[in-house]
Design a protein around this ligand. Structure first.
Ligand code: ZN
Length: 169
C-alpha cells in the first residue's frame, strides 16, 4: 500500500528513529509499503520516518524499479567505513522542489540486516554512497538541508515557513 510521504516540519522527520527488534509481519508490511511508495514517487530512496514510522529501516533503488537486483532493504544500518568527499546537488521527497549541493563521503560501507534478518555489508561510491548517507541521516532525524551552511539552511526554512503559511506545503 502506498503511504503519504511526510514533509519537512513533521516532528517524526526531525527525531532520531529507534532500532527494529525483529522482522515482524508489521515490519515486513512496512518494507513492502516503503518500496511501493518509493517507486511511485518516484525516488531512489526512502526512510521509514518519511512515512511516519520512527524505525531504523530504509530502502534504496537506484534503478527506480527497473532492475530488481538493485533494490536494497536496510534494517538497523550502521556506517562501518567512510572515506573521501564529494559535492553534489541533492533533493529529498520530504523537501519537494528544493535542491542544494551537499558535501558527503565519496565511499561508504554500511552494515545492516536485510528483510530476512541476515546481517549484510553494502559498499557504495558516488551516487550510491550519497543515497546511503542521505537515508541513514533520515534515521537520525537529519534532512539534507540540515547539512547545509547556516545561511542556506535558514533561507530554506524561511521559504518552507512561507509556503506553509499560504497552505502550499
Ligand atoms: Zn530524503
Amino acid at each position: 500500500m502506498r503511504r503519504p510521504i511526510l514533509r519537512y516540519g513533521e516532528p517524526v522527520l526531525h527525531t532520531p528513529a529507534g532500532p527494529v527488534a525483529g522482522i515482524t509481519p508489521e515490519v515486513d508490511q512496512l518494507i513492502d509499503d516503503m518500496i511501493e511508495t518509493m517507486h511511485a514517487a518516484p525516488g531512489i530512496g526512502l526512510a521509514a520516518p518519511q512515512v511516519g514510522e520512527p524505525l531504523r529501516v530504509c530502502v534504496i533503488d537506484l534503478s527506480v524499479g527497473k532492475r530488481p537486483s538493485d533494490l536494497l532493504v536496510l534494517v538497523n544500518p550502521v556506517v562501518v567505513e567512510l572515506e573521501g568527499m564529494q559535492l553534489y546537488e541533492e533533493g529529498c521527497l520530504s523537501v519537494p522542489g528544493i535542491e542544494a549541493s551537499v558535501v558527503r563521503p565519496a565511499r561508504l560501507v554500511v552494515e545492516a540486516m536485510d528483510r530476512e534478518g541476515q546481517l549484510r555489508r553494502v559498499a557504495g561510491e558516488g551516487l550510491m554512497a550519497r543515497a546511503l548517507q542521505h537515508e541513514l541521516d533520515h534515521l537520525d532525524g537529519r534532512l539534507f538541508v540540515d547539512r547545509l551552511r547556516p545561511v542556506y539552511r535558514k533561507a530554506i526554512a524561511h521559504r518552507i515557513a512561507r509556503l506553509r503559511r499560504s497552505g502550499r506545503w
